[in-house]
Design a binder for this molecule. Structure first.
Ligand SMILES: Cc1cc2nc3c(=O)[nH]c(=O)nc-3n(C[C@H](O)[C@H](O)[C@H](O)COP(=O)(O)OP(=O)(O)OC[C@H]3O[C@@H](n4cnc5c(N)ncnc54)[C@H](O)[C@@H]3O)c2cc1C
Length: 294
């Protein structure tokens, strides 16, 4: 069976991984190349406690297990470390005794199962690990463009705006810059995060913009929206030098927080709505989608 996957972000690649395991022939289409959408941010946080209430996400244990499996395969393929697995430090959060993998440490609470994934590098490595997949850089305008395929998976991120789905589009921006402050793992405070991305370089994020005119990066808006978070980490001027900004659009489901995987016609499926949990759920729901197809 020939399956076309439209979108080479976490959703499309997660689906392609498990479709290949089933022995299907898979062709991925993306107009912007691998990681050309929201999955192209420098780093992403992956941990089970993503809800505002601090409760673990549904299916999070198995989802995290599967994400680690894909991450391991990607790392083996490129022979490079693509995540920091030393946990995520949270300083103002849920009591640690609520959950088994939270550890009380001097500075706050350590989410010991949390990882900081170099998401942009990860999606490229995950793609490289997909042996036998065909990739075509092309914009797909409708299912009619893909008539020769037996099944189609639409996993187009912000491109899903053409579909009538119960989702909101929320723009996110992160600031990238340098600091002399030592940071060995992701630190979360004041609803913001500061993550190391290399020698003295950090990512600070992120914005949640519900009304936006363009999906492209906008430094002025990013700085304004992130001012409070910036001050939570860097109280004094000169502690952080911003050099760039990155933007993407999250597809967030209106009800609940679990992604949308559904059949939308005789031979087409939708995989979207990963919201801020793309890393946690792309493998789990990618496998679910592959199971639905065959
Ligand atoms: C600033 C920011 C911070 C985030 N932080 C985190 C985090 O810490 N942890 C986490 O888990 N998640 C995080 N997320 C969310 C995560 O990035 C998303 O959940 C995930 O990337 C969504 O993947 P996707 O494949 O659905 O969409 P995308 O990555 O957007 O992929 C869709 C792809 O489809 C392509 N496409 C669209 N239309 C067409 C078309 N017509 N034809 C061909 N190709 C098309 C696009 O070019 C794109 O490459 C963050 C997002 C943002 C923006």
């Amino acid at each position: 069976m020939r399956v076309a996957v439209v979108g080479a972000g976490l959703a499309g690649l997660g689906a392609a991984y498990f479709l290949l395991k089933k022995g299907f022939s898979v062709t991925i289409f993306d107009e912007n190349g691998v990681g050309g959408g929201a999955s192209g941010i420098p780093v992403g946080l992956c941990h089970p406690y993503v809800g505002r209430s601090g409760k673990p996400s549904k299916f999070s244990d198995e989802a995290l297990f599967l994400t680690k499996k894909l991450l391991d395969d990607a790392e083996k393929t490129v022979n490079k470390r693509l995540a920091d697995r030393s946990g995520i430090l949270r300083v103002d959060w849920t009591p640690f005794e609520w959950y088994p993998d939270l550890k009380k440490v001097e500075e706050g609470v350590l989410i010991s199962s949390g990882m900081t994934v170099f998401i942009n590098e990860y999606v490229h490595a995950l793609f490289a690990s997909l042996k036998g997949v065909e990739f075509i850089q092309k914009k797909i305008s409708s299912a009619a463009d893909l008539e020769e395929f037996d099944q189609i998976v639409f996993a187009m991120g912000f491109g899903m705006k053409e579909f009538d789905l119960p989702v909101n589009f929320v723009k996110g921006q992160v600031l990238i810059g340098t600091t002399d402050k030592f940071l060995d793992k992701t630190l979360m405070k004041a609803k913001g995060h500061l993550s190391p991305i290399g020698e003295k370089r950090v990512q600070l994020g992120s914005t949640y913009e519900h009304h936006f005119l363009s999906d492209k990066p906008d430094m002025e808006i990013a700085k304004k929206e992130l001012k409070e978070k910036l001050l939570a980490f860097f109280a004094r001027e000169g502690e952080f030098f911003i050099d760039s900004v990155w933007a993407g659009v999250r597809v967030c489901v209106k009800e609940g927080y679990l992604p949308i995987v559904q059949k939308c016609s005789q031979k087409a499926f939708i995989f979207t709505g990963l919201g801020s949990r793309g890393l946690l759920y792309h493998a789990y729901y990618g496998r679910h989608l592959a199971d639905l197809i065959g």
